[in-house]
Design a protein around this ligand. Structure first.
Ligand SMILES: Cc1cc2nc3c(=O)[nH]c(=O)nc-3n(C[C@H](O)[C@H](O)[C@H](O)COP(=O)(O)OP(=O)(O)OC[C@H]3O[C@@H](n4cnc5c(N)ncnc54)[C@H](O)[C@@H]3O)c2cc1C
Length: 410
């Protein structure tokens, strides 16, 4: 089989955190013709550039696969990168964004002008099995081709159907924690004239939004003494998935060798006795949740509702509803052999094999891969080994798939 004549060997759709850390974990892949399509102005930070919060993960976790060899070797002396890569605590997100920008710039110069398409939004990806090529269709009407495409387009929040009745006052959690929206959100809190704010959800994104709302409330209290300020009600849809029922259950439900061992000193909240699962809240979010649960957080209360409709009175009276009900993978329209297999607005998850191959109707597709676009599935959240070897396996598969024909048969 002769190699098809194409513009690149591997097209990465999206040049954010995943693409940047993946390619810097596998510098050998850069001997292929790699091209990154990024709708923003640069490769590197992706969504992390937008938020004025602290990361959930410790800094070093973001760069655990880094291979500072080849074009990345000079970065061993970059304080912006190494400070975060060695941090054993969560870091301010702007520091993570700076580190990724530094890494992204180095990647961009290694890829050269042919290897990056910035300010380029991909609207559709067409895989053609007979011609062994993928066509990448851009918003400007042009189309470029590749031998393989990797979807690394990240996640987004979609309007939640259970909040449809209050749509006009719903803000997505991502907009509450966005640095660029801070003064607007502050203005809306003041304009609420004391009517409450309801946060729907109680996970990391909810706690991040809650923290920002409370910070803004404190600022407003100092700036406008006497002005009525909203209380924040956090609506929790049950304790599931964030915690075990008891320490005994935590011991019994452990998956040996795959799950971080339960440690009563670390995993039980001293204030409330909540027993956290490995996938549970961590660091600041966890401390905030403990205080909220114990009723020790001035200006905020926790409301239980098995389904959101059970808290409809709260939503009704609220001046603002913050949707913090999770993220979904996003991707352009995906076509396989002329058939639209997943429209961009599809509610279906982008499923992939353990080596990143896109699953189309349950079968791994040879021309398309997915780089951790979806959040960790709920049934794998307690498994710290989930996707831990994805980078290595995906790199090996891409290397084989895009090797020159002579090299494959050698
Ligand atoms: C507030 C917040 C906090 C988080 N904190 C953590 C944390 O502490 N630890 C953790 O592990 N994870 C965290 N996450 C999850 C986080 O989203 C992922 O870990 C990480 O950002 C995913 O990287 P990514 O490359 O998939 O997405 P991104 O970094 O967002 O990159 C996707 C890129 O694709 C580009 N793109 C999208 N669509 C197109 C298109 N059609 N054409 C061209 N380009 C496109 C975007 O512009 C973007 O640059 C957090 C998420 C949020 C929202």
């Amino acid at each position: 089989m002769a190699s098809p004549v194409v513009d690149s060997d591997i097209a990465f759709i999206g040049g954010g955190f995943r693409t940047t850390t993946f390619l810097s974990s596998a510098p050998a892949l850069l001997r292929h013709r790699v091209r990154v399509y990024e709708r923003g102005p640069g490769v590197g930070p992706g969504g992390f550039a937008r938020y004025g919060i602290t990361t959930t993960s410790i800094g070093s976790r973001f760069f655990k696969h880094l291979d500072l060899s080849g074009p990345f070797a000079p970065l061993a002396h970059s304080p912006a990168l190494t400070d975060v890569a060695h941090a054993e605590q969560p870091v301010a997100m702007h520091r993570l964004a700076d580190a990724l920008t530094t890494l992204g710039r180095t990647l961009q110069s290694a890829l050269g002008t042919e290897g990056t398409r910035l300010d380029s939004t991909v609207v559709a990806v067409h895989a053609d099995s007979d011609r062994h090529r993928v066509d990448v269709q851009l918003a400007d009407g042009s189309t470029e081709s590749a031998r393989h495409a990797v979807l690394a387009t990240g996640r987004t929040e979609r309007a939640h159907p259970e909040l449809a009745s209050w749509r006009t006052k719903v803000l997505l959690s991502g907009s509450v924690i966005a640095t660029a929206r801070r003064s607007e959100i502050k203005g809306r809190l003041l304009a609420a004239h004391g009517r409450p704010v309801v946060v729907a959800g109680s996970s990391h994104s909810a706690m991040s939004a809650l923290q920002i709302l409370l910070d803004l409330r404190t600022e407003l209290r100092a700036e406008h003494p006497g002005a009525p300020l909203p209380t924040v009600h956090v609506v929790r849809r049950g304790p599931a998935r964030l915690m075990h029922d008891s320490a005994d259950r935590a011991h019994r439900n452990q998956v040996p060798g795959r799950e971080r061992p339960f440690d009563p000193a670390r995993d039980v909240c001293p204030a409330t006795g909540i027993v956290y699962r490995d996938s549970g809240l961590r660091h600041r979010s966890r401390a905030l949740y403990c205080a909220l649960w114990a009723g020790e957080l001035p200006g905020a209360t926790l409301v239980d509702a098995a389904v959101l409709a059970d808290a409809s009175d709260r939503f009704e009276e609220a001046a603002i509803v913050v949707q913090a009900l999770g993220y979904r993978g996003q991707a352009p329209d995906l076509y396989v052999d002329g058939v639209l297999v997943r429209p961009g607005d599809s509610p279906d998850r982008l499923l992939a094999d353990d080596d990143g191959a896109l699953l189309v109707s349950g079968t791994a597709h040879p021309l398309l891969s997915v780089l951790r676009v979806e959040p960790t599935p709920l049934d794998r959240r307690d498994n710290t080994a989930y996707a831990s070897d994805l980078y290595q396996r995906l790199a090996g598969r891409l290397d084989r798939l895009t090797a020159p024909v002579a090299e494959v048969s050698a």
